[in-house]
Design a binder for this molecule. Sequence first.
Ligand SMILES: [Zn+2]
Ligand SMILES: [Zn+2]
Length: 492
Amino acid sequence: MVCHYGVRDIVYLQDMTLVEHPQIGATLYDFFHIQRAPDVPQLQTLLTGSKLAAYMRQIGELKWAEDEIHWADQEEDPVEVAPCDIGEIIKDLELLTNMGLNRKSMKRAEVQHAPQHSASAEKTKQSPTTLFDPCNYPPPWPLVPFSALTHNLQKRIPFHLLPQKLIVHDPWNLLSVPDVKEDSGNDTDWTAKDDIIWMYNLELSTAGKEKVKMEKESRAELDRKNEDTNQRESFLHMPDSETSRPVEPAIMVFPPPRPPPPESVPEAHLYLSPAHRSGAGNHSVVYKAELELPRSILVDDVLCQKCMMDKVAEHVEEKKRRGEYPYDDALKEGCRDTESPGESSQSARTPNSQSAKVTLSDNNSPAITMEFISVEEHKAEQKKKDGDFGKVDGVSHGGDGKDKSDRKFHTVKPAQTTRTITYEGPIVEVFPEVEWQNPERGPYCSHLQQLSRCKRGPVTAKVSVAAKLSIQYDEHLAREAHNYQSFPSDLF
Ligand SMILES: [Zn+2]
Ligand SMILES: [Zn+2]
């Protein structure tokens, strides 16, 4: 997101020396024009509320905005709210497509992924091996552009994963931007015209190349860390238990390390349609376009939990057979079914030095509720209380009951039970051999096939993006692109 400066007010400040404080506005309305010398109105400085407040504190000039600074002190720090994981949305949309909804397949003859014209230098031949090869798509993919629901891309693609080659599918020749004012938006079928394909090569600025270098360095560091087995991810598989009781030993599962994400994106495709124009400016025209990327850029590899726990059970069985499972025979007899041992077997347990148990403790916090009553009701109640002295009940009984049922109780905080499960005993380490799944490496396991309702998912995924097309010979867009590359990455 690009922050546009919202200027709210003019503040006068005498002889202000700029203090080192980050220029970060707490909100988009936290930017101010400052007149550092009121006698020189031309001298204006753009500052943020946080920087101003820091300076006012420094010089002890707090009385002008005493209340505001007091409020600011009491406010919590802003937090970053991440958008929904695009990978999960893509998987949901794929499921819809597999269920026969959200789809309109391209006819094989309509699929053109390679530029077929050679009139311009920008149109060139396509490399022979590519993810986007039509035979890589499992039916019903590929879908007709703009025929299915796609989600907005809200995640920033790091510089080193920007596509090296962007292949633009533009049947209406919108790229030539003949006239900004003309709105050719009509809802014709995307396949009605022959596709015109153009190829663009990624050209980063010096700042952009620097960012690629930095991203690659921090990635190499992360890879080194992951290789270090001491830092390998694991999770504890605790025996299920509803009550405090002796159990089988807990298992520490070490899943195989996640395969590294792609290092680069050689190719991506962009689809343009006149029916999805979202605006025009003095220098460019903006279309809502479909960007087709390698799926693994947006969707994480999946480790099937079912496959993994099956493998863990296999390993535990083997350890038991070899006598490597620290659990005595009497217990083993009673615990054939590790999930729910019979109650009768409890007495057969003879805890030894290797015994394991779980202890459950619940901590209840009661609900906090609030009741709203009107002033009249409150007065009536007071009156009744006063009159109740020496009065036999029965007269006011009916009315009283009715009032109570009409009242509304609001729950401020529901009752909560926090359960703490404590495990005491040995921990058995298990290293299950399971594969991280990604359609690029073959079909899914039977569990994932059932969940996704397909044998194998597509290897590419489409998202909705805004495509800004420059008017010919206008240099604004190139400069804008340079700006984006020079911005610090925390601005996005
Ligand atoms: Zn702007
Ligand atoms: Zn599975």
